[in-house]
Ligand binder design. Structure first.
Ligand code: NAP
Ligand code: G4F
Length: 336
């Protein structure tokens, strides 16, 4: 019998990589996606064709309890991965109610269904290093949560809700506290992707200058493809538990820009402008640096792709989407 996984947030960056991983492991994967006026399946379209008998999607929304119930009852999954969220910290300052609603009440809705209907599905909740906020680095599973945004607060809520259902009702419910992870499939308005696609736009004369916000914040950036392996691993443990997943290295936004522009031989300082009045957040998380000793020991997990290779992977992929090879890009860069 194939294992069955239900993924909330299947259309997102992590949902697409996790689907690929589970399908390779011979799972049957059902992705829950919300209705959108524009198609939102670009990251998973290839999977329908590659795995016609193993992969499918179903409509549902984390703020619609009835749809959650319907999906769990219909598919009776062995494992449920809740990756769905309003995942943009900056945006959460503007749409705080819906961010809190989706990110905090969403997992509560799923867990209530599991408990009330007696389902034994294992449950994974996507938590975040943003929960640590201003707690000084390095951060691990014992670090104080001091979130600096409603996004962070909502994830702290989701974290404790998951632990509560595990402790009070004996559900297999686990939290992954993941530090920033990126990829060519990263959403366009996160800083890494904004920089790497910005480089391709500068080289093709679409823009002259790239505007960013705070350049001094430091992040522990890993590769999403590596992190979904940890996510899967967390649900394969004998007992449910919570794990920090990170690379253990951190760099500033300025460092990322320098490294990424350097891939094509450009000096970032000539092309990046800091527009703090537009992009500065009301409160900032200055430095995230994960200590994943527990995951390394218990999950036997460690990241394969580190900072430099991640920059290279993302720049090359964005050049490709503009029909440029790295060599062609370097030639154009010499003339700028
Ligand atoms: P993402 O690309 O923004 O994907 C978020 C997913 O959630 C999308 O599929 C989105 O659907 C879906 N979604 C949003 N609201 C929903 C709702 N009301 N009902 C159902 N689905 C909804 O995020 P990601 O980078 O893959 O991250 C996955 C999870 O990990 C998120 O919970 C995020 O907060 C958390 N996390 C991410 C990182 C990171 O660095 N990437 C680090 C720590 C934690 P649409 O496609 O329709 O928008
Ligand atoms: O790329 P970001 O928007 O990611 P952020 O805020 O760290 O959040 C991401 O990682 C969290 C884990 O720690 C996840 F939970 C969350 O879902 C998301 O995936 O911003 C990174 C840093 C911030 O300090 C921000 O102020 O970059 C700074 N920044 C500077 N200029 C910018 C920009 N961020 C964005 N999005 N756009 C800018 O122009």
């Amino acid at each position: 019998m194939k294992k069955k996984a239900l993924i909330f947030g299947v259309t997102g960056q992590d949902g697409s990589y996790l689907s690929e991983l589970l399908l390779k492991k011979n799972y049957e994967v059902i992705g829950v996606m919300r209705r959108s006026s524009a198609f939102n399946t670009a990251r998973i379209d290839h999977l329908y064709a590659l795995y016609p008998n193993q992969f499918d999607t179903s409509y549902g929304d984390l703020s619609d309890l009835n749809s959650i119930e319907r999906n769990i009852e219909k598919f009776e999954p062995d494992e449920i991965y809740n990756l769905a969220a309003q995942s943009h910290v900056g945006v959460s300052f503007e749409i705080s109610d819906s961010t809190f609603d989706i990110n905090a009440f969403g997992p509560l809705n799923i867990l209530q269904v599991l408990k009330n209907k007696g389902f034994k599905s294992k449950f994974y909740q996507a938590c975040s290093s943003e929960m640590f906020g201003i707690s000084p680095p390095p951060q691990n599973e014992n670090t104080l949560f001091q979130p600096q945004s409603i996004y962070g607060v909502s994830k702290v809520c989701a974290y404790y809700t998951t632990r509560y259902f595990r402790q009070a009702f004996n559900l297999f419910a686990a939290n992954g506290i993941l530090f920033n992870h990126e990829s060519p499939r990263r959403g366009l308005n996160f800083v890494t992707k904004k920089i790497t696609i910005g480089i391709a736009k500068i080289l093709t004369n679409e823009i002259k200058i790239l505007e960013l916000g705070n350049l001094s914040a430091r992040r522990d950036w890993g590769f999403a493809g590596d992190y979904v392996e940890a996510i899967w691993n967390i649900l394969q443990q004998d007992k449910p538990d919570d794990f920090v997943i990170s690379t253990g290295e951190n760099y500033s936004i300025e460092d990322f820009a320098r490294e990424a522009f350097n891939v094509v031989g450009l000096d970032w300082k000539k092309f990046v402008k800091s527009n703090v009045s537009r992009y500065l957040r009301p409160s900032e998380v200055p430095s995230l640096l994960g200590d994943s000793s527990k995951a390394i020991k218990q999950l036997k997990w460690k990241p394969k792709v580190l900072f430099k290779d991640l920059c290279l992977m993302m720049v090359e992929s964005d050049l490709k989407s503009f029909n440029l090879t790295l060599d062609e890009a370097k030639k154009i860069a010499k003339k700028l």
